[in-house]
Design a protein around this ligand. Structure first.
Ligand code: NDP
Ligand code: 2IT
Length: 452
């Protein structure tokens, strides 16, 4: 077939929409990748002939199941759980589990699709998967969360395994939930294996896994700035979110001499003109995890700070921005505000925080813009190192892991630069670079297997 006979991009996207009705997040993620891949594969017949993109955009399988549990008042509650196993061409399925009322099949399919490219970019042997449930951990007791996690794992255990599919944390799933799920897996199977990552240090967890996503997103920012002989030192930084990724990004920005002006949660953002110092970040960490509090309390705790209810922080003038909360939290008009205020770089700690309109605006402005699949890969990378340590039944030292994280983030950056150039332009398109580099590795493995 001549290359000109292949379907064009709009026809491909129409097909994705038709096959995935009511799944806007999934269609959005596929479209963002397809925009770059169509261009890349234009003259590469094999990828067309073997329908590689079409196959990566069709999950290997989507498992959906009922999760029943009993709340503290004796009421029977019913939730829906999922595991999306997107692609295992280069390694076992790997990706987090999310507990949030907004979780749908569309959200998990987009996350598993993105994860496939992200995991390939790390250079480690991991395929892409994602799971979760429409369970809201907010306001639940520890015992309720435990019963929910146990019930979920009672079904999930048959679909996962150290060489099959290795889940980890994501929104609403941290050390507590991983502990409950690992305990139940071990109880059912009577096996102690690396079936989950993000485990406690006492039972097979890896040092720096907790910090890795936020730190990695800041390392990526640093790497991008260095290409322009610039640095984080003295920069004003706007961060969204106040969970695992946001607080560790804030910690690393402080360590590298930047000034963090904002953090947020689903109720609004706090602006602290004095800067959210390491000490204040530690207060936020304890407040959000141990006390399970709200970010609005920050403005009561620290003089001079303001809470802006119901708003996102993108209107605050800054040099650098790190969206670290959730998908589609930074829209076209927010990108306009950041650009008008002179923001020079954006590194996404969250998955797909910028909508397509915003992505196109950042790309057109030619600022340093790193998509989540590259910038937030530090978390899953250290998960990959946790898998290696579990398989070898050893634990590596902190300095070694810190060094590996820095190396892996540099490697991802350099791969984006390698594939993200455009003829006639000096600016690296990191979105294009991440999409093409991630795609190429998975695609070439799929070609080796033939039609399976
Ligand atoms: P956490 O649960 O620790 O924190 C999530 C934060 O985002 C909270 O501040 C939460 O506010 C806020 N948030 C969640 N949903 C919304 C929403 N709909 N609107 C506004 N704010 C919201 O999660 P993580 O920090 O782990 O995850 C944050 C992002 O980073 C996600 O996109 C995740 O997929 C991504 N990520 C996480 C990795 C990890 O290792 N944990 C690895 C790579 C990416 P509230 O408390 O009010 O809900
Ligand atoms: O989105 C992500 O990369 C994660 N939530 C981490 C996945 C993992 O397996 O560590």
């Amino acid at each position: 077939m001549a290359v000109s006979d292949h379907v064009d991009l709009p026809t491909f996207i129409e097909g994705v929409k038709r096959r995935n009705p009511g799944q806007p997040e999934f269609v959005q993620a596929v479209q963002e990748v397809a925009e770059d891949i169509f261009d890349f594969i234009q003259d590469k017949e094999e990828y067309h002939k073997y329908q590689i993109l079409r196959r990566i955009a069709e999950p290997d399988r989507v498992i959906s199941f009922r999760v029943c549990w009993e709340d503290d008042n004796g009421n029977i509650r019913v939730q829906r759980g999922w595991r999306v196993q997107n692609n295992n061409a280069i390694g076992p399925y790997k990706g987090g589990i999310r507990f949030h009322p907004s979780v749908t099949e569309s959200v998990l399919k987009f996350l598993a699709f993105e994860q496939t490219f992200k995991n390939a970019l790390t250079g480690l042997p991991m395929g892409g998967g994602k799971g979760g449930a429409n369970f809201n951990p907010k306001g639940k007791s520890d015992n309720e969360v435990m019963r929910f996690c146990q019930s979920l794992m009672t079904e999930l255990y048959r679909h996962v395994g150290a060489d099959v599919d290795v889940p980890a944390g994501d929104i609403g799933v941290g050390a507590r939930e991983i502990g409950y799920m690992f305990g139940q897996y071990k109880r059912i199977t009577n096996e102690f294996t690396g079936v989950l990552t993000g485990k406690g240090l006492e039972y097979g967890g890896s040092l720096i896994r907790t910090e890795a996503t936020g730190y990695g997103a800041v390392y990526f920012m640093k790497n991008m700035l260095e290409t322009q002989k610039n640095s984080i030192e003295g920069k004003k930084v706007v961060i969204s979110g106040s969970g695992n990724v946001a607080t560790h990004a804030a910690e690393k920005i402080n360590q590298l001499g930047g000034k963090v002006l904002t953090l947020s949660d689903s109720e609004g953002f706090v602006y602290d003109p004095e800067g959210i110092s390491e000490e204040k970040v530690n207060w936020v960490k304890a407040h959000k995890t141990k006390r399970r509090g709200r970010i609005s309390d920050y403005a009561k705790e620290f003089k001079g700070a303001e809470f802006h209810a119901g708003q996102t922080p993108w209107g605050v003038p800054c040099d650098l921005a790190l969206p670290c909360a959730t998908q589609n939290e930074l829209l076209g008009p927010d990108a306009d505000k950041l650009l008008a205020n002179g923001c020079i770089a954006v590194s996404e700690g969250a998955n797909m925080p910028t909508n397509l309109d915003g992505v196109h605006k950042f790309k057109a402005a030619g600022i340093l813009y790193a998509p989540g699949k590259a910038a937030n890969a530090g978390g899953v990378a250290v998960s990959g190192l946790e898998m290696s340590q579990n398989s070898a039944r050893i634990s590596w030292k902190e300095e070694e892991l810190q060094r590996l994280l820095v190396d892996i983030m540099q490697g991802i950056h350099d791969r984006c630069v390698e594939y993200g150039g455009r003829p006639g332009s000096k600016v690296t398109d990191y979105v294009r670079g991440a999409n093409i580099a991630g795609f190429k590795k998975v695609a070439d493995a799929m070609l080796a297997y033939g039609v399976v």
